[in-house]
Structures are given as C-alpha cells and as structure tokens.
Design a binder for this molecule. Sequence first.
Ligand code: ZN
Length: 324
Amino acid sequence: MINEVLPNIFCLKIPLPHNPLGVLNSYLINGRERKLLIDTGFNWPECRSALLQGIAELGLKLEDLEFLITHVHADHSGLLFDLAPSGSIVYASKRDADELRACFTKTYWQEVDREFGLYGFPQNRLGSEANQIKSYISGHDLEFVYLQEGTVLEAGGYRFTCIMTPGHSPGHVCLYDREQKVLISGDHILPDISPNITLWLNVEDPLGNYLQSLDRIDQMEVELVLPGHRGFIRDCHGRIQELREHHRARLDEIMEILEAGAMDAYQIASRMTWDMNYSSWDEFPPFQRWFATGEAIAHLQHLLLQEKIIRITTPEKYLFALPA
Ligand SMILES: [Zn+2]
C-alpha cells in the first residue's frame, strides 16, 4: 500500500469506498527535519486505518508530522481534524481554510442551496445531500498556517514552492520542485478523469480560473506529476492539452444544446453527455445530478463572461440562451 515514488516521497493509497475516484493518493515526504503529510482521505474508518497503517509502516507517529491539504474537498481534508494532534502545524491556503470552516455552518449550505436553486436545481432534493458532506469531514478546530503563492517548504531533499491554482477549488494549491521537475498536483491535474469544476460562492468564473491555472503549470518544466487520484503522469503538458480540449468541447456542447431555446442550468446538465454508467438522467442519483449541474453552471458562467450566451433572470431562476 506504500510506494516510494521518489527518494523520501511515499505514496499512501487511501481507499475511498463507494466513490468513483476509488483511491486518494496521500503523499508523505519523509525528511529528517520535516515529515510532511499531504492530503488525508475522508473522515471514514477505512481511510483512517489505511493512513495510520501507512504512517506506522514508515516508523512514524502522528506527532512527528506536519500536515498539508492541497484543497478543501473532504477526500483531501476529511481526516485532518481527527488526526492532527493539537499543536500540529497544518498548512492550507487561506481561501480553502475559510471554505473548510464555512462548510460546517448551516448558512453556508443554505446559500449554496439558494444558488443552485437559482440555476434550476430542484430545491427539495438538495438540502440533505449537501448536508451529507459535513459527515465526510471531522471536527473543525484547527489553526492553519496559510500557504501563499511562492511559500517554500523544504523536506526530504526537496524544495517545494506553492503554486496557487484556483479552479477546482478557489484556493487550490500545487507544490512544485523546480530542480527535480516534480509537481504534486492535488486535483488540479488528474490522469483519465477531468477535475470537477463547479459553482463556488463568491467566485465569478471558476472555469476561467481553472484554465488560467492550467496555463500557469503549462509554462513550467514538469517531468513527473503526482496527482491526488489514480496514476502518476509523465506527460504533464499533453495532459493539460487534453483537459483544455475537454472543456472546449463542453463549452461547444452547451452552445449546441442552447440552439433548442432558453433553459436553466439543470435542464442543460440533463442534456449534456456524462461519462457515467446510467442509461438516463433520471437514473442519476441526486448527488451526481448535483455535481453535473455544478459543472454545467461553471461552463455557463464562463460563456456568459465571454458574452457568448445571455442570462435571463426570471423571478424564480436564471435561464440561459444564445444571443438574439
Ligand atoms: Zn480529490
């Protein structure tokens, strides 16, 4: 279950049962001075025991570790509060640490529900779904050390620089070692699945941010990407090109769908093609519909800012249409 990817960088495979992602790659950089654990898995017993076993196999204790989350999502942050002993150093971007704190509050989810409702997501279906996320993350009482663009963390002979890569989350962070040309990419760049880009409160254009963050990484010399899920990536720039193409095709698909007339985001999502094993939209579990609608919203927000589509505000919701 542990694999030394590079000298002193270990990959711990943390199972994510019943989740299409399958496994989280947690990375432990085992330096003499600093032992840094990057991402944790959900606050689930399966994740917890896998992580603790991996740490023990390396002869380490939780007290030895510093913790870092690449982004707020529960498959990365879920065990943080449970595992990090009090007084531990825990790194995150300020923006995602704020999101993490906010997602324990009722008002956060009420606002998210309201926003999704404006985009046509059936209101009665959501409340319990969004609330479920809370159970994926333990506690909420930690002091973070904030990562910023350019923050350097040295460990195990590496010199990792933080690269802010907003998009998949508003404060997503990648770690880059320029000399070794290694990128720890979190969920910014994944092989064979495209990172979910969705609606965030107070973010105008998540997809635009994501594409810009891809451009930033594309300008760097990278020979090995260590992603948050699935296998390692050798051809970083090729993968970035595929991800750009994926979103371009998505944007085109939405423009084609809108040729049938004005629609809300939920209706648009129901007509988009999804790489899932359900024969129709009606068979999607509500949670998958929620992700799909979020993805459609992010693309619509991007098209709107580029003035390729227009938004019609009715008393209940937003409709989208091609310009007259
Ligand atoms: Zn993830």
